[in-house]
Design a protein around this ligand. Structure first.
Ligand SMILES: Nc1ncnc2c1ncn2[C@@H]1O[C@H](COP(=O)(O)OP(=O)(O)O)[C@@H](O)[C@H]1O
Ligand SMILES: N[C@@H](CCC(=O)OP(=O)(O)O)C(=O)O
Length: 372
């Protein structure tokens, strides 16, 4: 089978600490330069790429002259803050060599569980992609303790794949992919070329949670693939030092382990929206807006809304009805119910004057909407 990366338009690439820091010996300039060159080539193919990079703690330990990983959480946090400067610097320089700008985005899992922050992170990332910038994401280690203890950027990569509905997640690591058992311990272990994301037998191969404490290990990668598949993203786990790994994947070559999502993006998104039915407020649309949504695939603008029913917050999933009460679409509202009442029937150019701020010209952006 061809690599799923060939067809993927929006790709999250996660690189692990050992790769980025040359097994803790210091930032691997040459490897990072090679990935930057390949990501630039992917961008020239029209693909959008977001990089999730670990390595802040490993690099910070080196800069603060720790021989061993500190056990004190606040010392780890200090290492992460110091090391992150190195990461930001090297990525900026490496991508600049290809005429690409970078942006630093530090996130916590809690940020992505909060609806409003989730929407903000989503809008910022998609705007950065629109600007042609490569977002470089890491955990915001200063403010969290759980993630720092378990070191889990694999999960963050999957959450970002869900957040911006990526087509694929590529996890680059220090092994050629998922093996039937940990290849460091079992010399007879063989590479699994393809599997179904979410297949429980894969978790057993990754050795269980016990072996993944301290660093993510393979289990968090398998669980990340399962999570990424919820929004329809396929996952590839591959060796980060394989020659031209990213460009070869983009060329269709199957390298490493492919874990395929079992539901497509549209089905996954519909599922997500239907999971949020219980929070729904409602908006009633005029005939013109109904046609724009259902026939032309457009966003919902406030001008097409004639009534707002119920109370809801920004980021709530709301249902759009036609004037005869037929459900048309469901989607995430950019405005609260009281704001929506003030801007309904008004052109989007008036929103800022009426509310004093602008979250976006649309009440529900097309990307956040499914037709019923
Ligand atoms: N079934 C398996 N296949 C491959 N690697 C495995 C497996 N089970 C455990 N591992 C271990 O997982 C490690 C990769 O995880 P980790 O060290 O967290 O990397 P990263 O820093 O890239 O996230 C490998 O070096 C390997 O020892
Ligand atoms: N935020 C941490 C991430 C730690 C982590 O997940 O590491 P890894 O298992 O190597 O991807 C850091 O930058 O060190």
């Amino acid at each position: 089978m061809n690599s799923v990366i060939q067809k993927a338009n929006r790709i999250i690439i996660k690189v692990g600490s050992s790769l980025v820091t040359n097994d803790g010996r210091g930032l691997d300039h040459a490897a990072i330069a090679r990935w930057a060159a390949q990501i630039s080539a992917l961008r020239n193919l029209g693909k959008e790429v977001v990089l999730v990079s670990s390595g802040a703690i490993a690099e910070g330990m080196l800069r603060l002259r720790f021989d061993q990983r500190p056990t004190d959480v606040h010392e780890l946090q200090a290492c992460a803050a110091v090391g992150q400067m190195g990461l930001a610097q090297i990525y900026e320089t490496s991508f600049r060599a290809h005429g690409l700008g970078t942006a630093q985005v530090l996130l916590t899992h809690a940020d992505l569980a909060d609806r409003e922050r989730y929407l903000n992170a989503r809008s910022t990332l998609t705007t950065l992609l629109r600007f042609g910038v490569v977002p470089i994401i890491n955990e915001n280690d200063t403010v969290v303790t759980d993630e720092i203890k378990f070191g889990d950027n694999d999960t963050l990569g999957a959450l970002v794949a869900n957040l911006i509905e990526a087509d694929a997640l590529v996890i680059l690591t220090d092994q050629k992919g998922l093996f039937s058992a940990d290849p460091r311990k079992d010399p007879a272990a063989y590479l699994i070329a393809e599997g179904k994301a979410g297949d429980p037998s894969l978790e057993a191969m990754a050795g269980g949670a016990g072996s993944s404490l301290g660093r993510g290990g393979m289990l968090t990668k398998i669980l990340a693939a399962k999570r990424a598949a919820r929004s329809g993203a396929d996952t590839v786990i591959a060796w980060g030092r394989e020659d031209d790994v990213l460009t070869r994947l983009a060329g269709g070559e199957a390298i490493g382990t492919q874990l395929l999502a079992q539901t497509g993006r549209t089905t996954a998104r519909k599922q997500w929206m239907s999971d949020h039915l219980h929070t729904a407020g409602k908006v009633v649309l005029d005939a013109g807006a109904v046609a724009k949504l259902s026939k032309e695939g457009k966003s919902l603008l406030p001008i097409g809304v004639v009534e707002v029913r119920g109370e809801f917050g920004r980021g709530a999933v709301i249902t759009c009805l036609s004037e005869d009460g037929t459900p048309i679409a469901r989607g995430i509202s950019n405005y609260t119910s009281s704001e929506a009442r003030r801007i309904m029937r008004k052109p989007s150019t008036d929103i800022e004057t009426i509310l004093g701020f602008l979250e976006g010209p649309e009440l529900i952006h097309r990307d956040n909407m499914v037709l019923i």
